[in-house]
Design a protein around this ligand. Structure first.
Ligand code: LLP
Length: 384
């Protein structure tokens, strides 16, 4: 993955930093575009996964739309030049200024999560003399068997409209004049490896569509959200996620009405594998049972291991010494500031460079400033 000359360039840069392999990003996006294109599927990139300006610009150039969850994400993608007509806005807590911003940009669709929100969108759209296009985000009550913090589509989650509220919503939609129902939206969770969860989603969507058709409603589009997982264990073998199987599954199982379009909101699967966090070993200290490799990146640069006990492959880029085991930890004053326990690495010393892999999604974007740390920098492979 890393050539000698790349590693040589890494040595000259202050650490820690994110490094993005741009040829790999482009190859991945090309695959998404081809596989989704086979069925005329629309893909909105989930900006929350990585909002690095340069990465966004590349994604925009491939013609993907954007899935935003805040006013600032909408402002950002408009700035980068994404097409408003391919921009969707989701989130359980859209504030008035965010709704107004989205209305001003005439975005494609608001993915609505409650009856209360629909009323506010109607009111604000009315003030502007506009009709807001909306989709109902329905909680399909499907458990995707992923980490419980990133499960979103079961009834105990805060997300989406519960099926028992649909009757009331349809009655309300007859009255409201400034919103127009154009879609149904679903999202069951993230890092889903077992595609059977998506099968369950398709079956549930088919049933929900029947209910809507019984109520004489056929929406223009079905948005099935995102969630396709990636291989954190073996990023070099499974570099590009199983897009063909994924899109093919929806093609086979979703029962569409004539002219109905299918939309996706993929985040992780589009950007995760192209990113690595490069960090320098500061000290190697002997613990009671294990050596600690203390590195200059911490949970402030990559929160996933601390927050979700997430596994990321760690490689020593500058040693080919004897194999040994280390707990790889950061400098932050929290015991959860650890990137991995009992990690097999070649003998590791001060100033070695480690790569923490598969961090292109939910890595840089989740950085924060605890301990007053500087926000992490990033470099694209074609800039080095
Ligand atoms: N659509 C909606 C409505 C979502 O909530 C999400 C992610 C996506 C699309 C994109 O899902 P993806 O394709 O990336 O799985 N920070 C966590 C992940 C949180 C995902 C939140 N929602 C992590 O680091 O694993």
């Amino acid at each position: 993955m890393f050539t000698k000359s790349t590693i040589q360039k890494f040595r000259e840069l202050p650490t820690p930093f994110y490094y993005y392999d741009i040829p790999l990003l482009k190859k991945t996006l090309q695959r998404v575009s081809e596989e989704a294109g086979k069925y005329d599927y629309h893909v909105h990139y989930a900006v929350k996964a990585n909002a690095n300006d340069k990465i966004l610009a590349i994604i925009k150039d491939f013609g993907f739309g954007a899935d935003c969850v805040s006013g600032n994400e909408i402002a950002k993608v408009m700035d980068i030049g994404f097409d408003p007509d391919k921009t969707v806005f989701a989130g359980v807590g859209k504030s008035d200024w965010e709704i107004n911003l989205a209305l001003d940009h005439n975005i494609f669709c608001f993915n609505c999560e409650s009856i209360q929100e629909i009323k506010v969108i109607d009111e604000l759209a009315g003030e502007k003399g506009k009709i807001a296009p909306i989709a109902l985000r329905i909680n399909p009550n499907i458990n995707p068997a992923t980490h419980h913090y990133i499960t979103t589509g079961i009834e105990e989650n805060k997300f989406g409209i519960y099926q028992w509220d649909l009757e009331d919503i349809l009655q309300l939609l007859v009255i409201l004049k400034n919103v127009k129902l154009i879609g149904l939206h679903f999202h069951i969770g993230s890092q889903i490896i077992d595609l059977n969860a998506f099968k369950g989603l398709c079956i549930r969507i088919n049933r929900i569509q029947e209910w809507f058709i019984d109520h004489r409603i056929i929406v223009d589009h079905i948005n099935v959200g995102g969630g396709l997982g990636i291989s954190y264990e073996n990023p070099d073998r499974h570099t590009i996620p199983a897009f063909a199987e994924y899109f093919g599954l929806f093609k086979n199982l979703l029962e569409l009405r004539p002219k109905q379009k299918v939309h996706f909101e993929l985040g992780r699967s589009m950007v995760a594998q192209c990113g690595s966090l490069i960090t320098r070993v500061l000290y190697v200290k002997n613990g009671v049972k294990i050596k600690f490799a203390i590195v200059d990146a911490g949970m402030t640069e990559l929160l996933r291991p601390a927050l979700y006990q997430a596994y990321h492959r760690i490689e020593n880029l500058t040693s080919n010494g004897k194999p040994d085991q280390y707990n790889v930890v950061g400098p932050i004053c929290e015991s959860s500031d650890s990137f991995g326990k009992y990690i097999n690495l070649p003998e590791t010393k001060r100033n070695d460079l480690l790569a923490i892999r598969s961090v292109g999604a939910y890595g840089e974007i989740m950085a924060f400033r605890y301990n007053l740390r500087d926000l992490v920098k990033s470099y694209l492979s074609d800039e080095l």
